[in-house]
Design a protein around this ligand. Structure first.
Ligand code: HEM
Length: 429
């Protein structure tokens, strides 16, 4: 088959962070692409991004995710990055296209060794030990919401701060340092949305940005080196303690690996769960009957949580590089080519989900791919589900009804997306 190449306007739509804020037109576009050219070459008309293959079918995203020998994360950026950003990362790191050396930018043999260190900690059995702490955070969060009522924006009050507190707690970052951590993460990943990017980096030159990013990497590394030292002296039960005392091939983690690990958990663990939490609340606020039903029958909460994760698909893509010539859906991919696993498109594939745009809490076989699959499958997936379940149980205990009080707005972002405002009106019990 001849390589299908996207029309320039299609290429722009796939790359543009604003398309992901608009959402429905993007889902329409993915439906068209998936039906006609499920593996489609995207060439940026301005050449500011290197070309890549857009993968839109659920079965193809699944297959590529699970084949970690053929499709690698480390040689090319693991998240869509423009050429200038990639050059900047290579310049800062001395060759790597990924600014932070962490689980998502590594391959075997180092990746499984690092991952093994915390894998057990993130399993449901261990998470039971922190359930009471999470419940306490959920309670405080809902206290704040109720105090601000009967009308409030759910995002800044609940869905943004709650997962951030949880993840900071497991990393051992005291509450007074949270704003600093948030600011550093924003500096490193330079938000694509003007409302969310509070770092003022929008109009800076590449040299200025590289200075800021370098400063943030240094700050993070120093901060977590100190924290690790403290945990070596006073071990606790948190992830911080495991990493501080962990070894690979008999050696402690070097400061860059340590910082990379803390950064990936901090960064991967908050915006993502924020987005699915806001998505679940949107679904409930739009459907008062569903709210009443799940309030009366808590066995439905797990289905609401899982469907919210599919329906919102907070992580919208990850990238891979083909490590050999390979065929996907009849299209020949060359060794070295870059591929976009588009989880939004895959989670709206009608071959896998009936009426994919519908929020259907009782879906059986909800085989969504919002957490990825294979060796890199989300390390925090049990934690994300647990946090959401605990929060919604608290909300259902303490609110009698919820409805929309204005137009929700999505953030401009190609990578982690979701609502940036969700005005609700509610009645506390
Ligand atoms: C990796 C999604 C919450 C930590 C990933 C990946 C996805 C994802 C798609 C990449 C999978 C792949 O390449 O196959 C999500 C979603 C979340 C969520 C949708 C919330 C609804 C969390 C939380 C944490 C976390 C709460 C930790 C506190 C990680 C880490 C990785 C990862 C460390 C890298 C794993 C690796 O490369 O081995 N996540 N995530 N995530 N996630 Fe999550």
């Amino acid at each position: 088959m001849n390589a299908p190449v996207a029309k320039p306007e299609t290429a722009i739509a796939v790359i543009d962070p604003k398309s992901y804020a608009a959402w429905d037109p993007l889902l329409d576009l993915f439906d068209e692409i998936r039906a006609e050219t499920p593996v489609l070459r995207i060439e940026s008309p301005t050449d500011d991004h290197a070309p890549f293959w857009l993968i839109t079918r659920h079965e193809d995203v699944m297959r590529i995710s699970k084949d970690n020998a053929t499709f690698l994360n480390s040689p090319r950026p693991s998240v869509l990055t423009n050429r200038a950003g990639e050059d900047l990362a290579r310049q800062i790191t001395g060759g790597s296209p990924n600014l932070v050396q962490s689980l998502v930018s590594l391959d075997a043999p180092k990746h499984p060794k690092l991952r093994r260190l915390t894998q057990e900690w993130f399993m449901p059995k261990n998470l039971k030990l922190i359930e009471a702490d999470i419940k306490e955070l959920a309670k405080r969060t809902v206290d704040r919401l109720i105090a601000a009522g009967p009308e409030a924006d759910f995002v800044p009050l609940v869905s943004a701060p709650y997962p951030l507190h949880v993840v900071m707690q497991i990393l051992g970052v005291p509450e007074e340092d949270e704003p600093r951590m948030l600011f550093l993460t924003q500096q490193m990943f330079g938000g694509q949305d003007e409302d969310l990017n509070k770092t003022g980096m929008a109009n800076l030159s590449p040299e200025q940005i590289s200075q800021i990013v370098l400063g943030a990497v240094k700050d993070f590394t120093e901060y977590f080196e100190k924290l690790a030292e403290e945990r070596r002296q006073n071990p606790g039960k948190d992830v911080a303690t495991i990493l501080a005392n962990g070894t690979i091939d008999g050696q402690p983690l070097d400061p860059l690996d340590l910082a990379g690990y803390y950064i990936i958990v901090a960064a991967a663990g908050h915006d993502t769960t924020s987005a699915s939490t806001a998505g679940a609340m949107l679904a409930l606020a739009k459907d008062p009957e569903q709210f009443a039903k799940v309030k009366a029958d808590r066995s439905l909460v797990a289905g609401i949580v899982e469907e919210a994760i599919r329906w919102t698909t907070p992580v919208q893509h990850f990238m891979r590089m083909a490590n050999e010539d390979v065929e996907i859906a009849g299209v020949q991919i060359a060794k070295g080519d870059w591929l976009m696993l588009n989880y939004v498109a895959a989670n709206h594939d009608p071959a896998q989900f009936d009426e994919p745009r519908k929020f259907e809490a009782a879906r059986d076989q909800n085989r969504h791919i919002a957490f990825g699959a294979g060796a890199h499958q989300c390390l925090g997936l049990h934690l994300a589900r647990l946090e959401m379940r605990i929060l919604f149980e608290e909300i259902l205990d303490r609110l009698d009804s919820v409805e929309l009080a204005g137009e929700p707005k999505r953030a401009n972002s190609t990578f982690v997306g979701g609502l940036k405002t969700l005005p609700i009106r509610f009645r506390a019990s």
